[in-house]
Design a protein around this ligand. Structure first.
Ligand code: UT7
Length: 325
């Protein structure tokens, strides 16, 4: 039986035009540029315009990724879109993107794993490809977290931003060689005992409202480094690799202190970690493909590089993707 590997063909991203700086925020809540930068590394974030929906951001990233892959919407069999801020409760925002891309076959759905969403979506697409059920998949992470923030709560509103990123994957015959580009393995975890550490206090089935993001920041911080370190180790071990084999870590961008702490645990030099949190803040499911896209555009990540993506978010959920670009 043919074995398949998911090979990345292209990546794209989109950030809304409007930029909100820490100084702008200091005029809205009792905070300061100094506090935000010292605790998180964040300097600014992008905020979607009133008329811009998550699907609009996703579509722009998707078009760029398809362009980089030399494909059209009609060439896709699958769209998996990671988002916690869909346009509507249903249908899936992925179907809005599907229609706009002119993809009339295949299937499209949303996936919800908050900040781990992109890693989860890559794992799902990879498994459809490995099962031989999908030839080409578009994996999107897109968010308008500005819509679910409590703009009076300084402990959360300074941390997040809006954006979107996307990757096109294609099935290739797996030669079994570690030199072949594509996804080596994916590793997903969740622990629902912590679901009330990072959540939205509303929803269609409870309050019939959208609600606002709430977070026990210290609790999240504490678990993040341990969970991320464990899943990075798991991914390396599964492939008989060490940190030295990694060209680039492309992490979820929540907080620079978490990124530095995780890299330190593995003695991964800071220069090998792609960091965009200063410019984008935490864009939840969009943060990894946004960071990936930035590093491809500036020439750091090249074809053939070994990438480690890792993320942790509400649920708690966490996971990793190890691949050769
Ligand atoms: O994708 C996963 C998503 N979430 C995360 O990754 C977040 C993980 N957690 C964190 O990054 C950190 O816990 C935060 C950045 C959220 C907070 O940093 P911290 O060092 O854990 O601060 P803290 O929550 O313990 O608060 C320290 C102080 C408090 O004042 P008191 O009680 O010491 O007087 C807060 O009220 O800082 C205060 N504070 C602020 N001060 C200025 C909280 N938010 C702000 C703010 N500006 N924006």
């Amino acid at each position: 039986m043919t074995k398949y590997r998911s090979v990345a063909l292209g990546c794209g991203s989109y950030l809304p035009e409007k930029v909100l700086t820490n100084d702008d925020l200091a005029k809205m809540v009792d905070t300061s540029d100094e506090w935000i930068r010292a605790r998180t590394g964040i300097k600014r974030r992008h905020i979607a315009a009133d008329h811009e929906l998550t699907s609009d951001l996703a579509l722009k990233a998707a078009r760029e990724a398809l362009g980089a892959a030399g494909l059209k919407g009609g060439d896709l069999d699958l769209i998996v879109m990671a988002t916690s801020t869909p346009d509507q409760t249903f249908p899936a925002t992925a179907t809005v993107v599907q229609a706009a891309l002119g993809m009339t076959g295949g299937f499209a759905f949303d996936l919800q794993a908050v900040c781990s969403g992109f890693v989860y979506a890559m794992a799902v697409a990879d498994n459809f490809i490995k099962a031989g059920q999908v030839r080409r998949a578009l994996v999107i992470g897109a968010e308008t977290f500005s819509r679910i923030l409590d703009w009076q709560d300084r402990s959360t509103c300074v941390l997040f931003g809006d954006g979107a990123g996307a990757v096109v994957l294609e099935a290739a015959e797996d030669t079994g060689s570690p030199d072949q580009p594509g996804i080596f393995s994916t590793h997903l975890h969740s622990d629902g005992r912590y679901h009330d550490c990072l959540y939205v206090d509303g929803g269609p089935g409870s309050t019939k409202t959208v609600g606002h993001l709430r977070m026990k920041g210290r609790e999240v911080f504490k678990h993040a480094i341990n969970n991320l370190a464990a899943v990075v180790e798991e991914a390396l071990e599964a492939n008989g690799m060490t940190a030295d084999d990694i060209d680039w870590v492309v992490p979820h961008q929540a907080n620079k202190r978490i990124l530095d702490g995780t890299a330190r645990k593995f003695s991964i030099p800071a220069e090998k970690v792609i960091i965009t949190v200063e410019e984008h803040a935490n864009t939840s499911a969009a943060s990894i493909p946004l960071a990936l896209s930035a590093a491809i555009k500036d020439g750091r990540i090249r074809k053939g590089d070994v990438l480690l993506m890792e993320a942790m978010g509400g649920g708690f959920t966490w996971g990793a993707v190890l691949m050769r670009w």
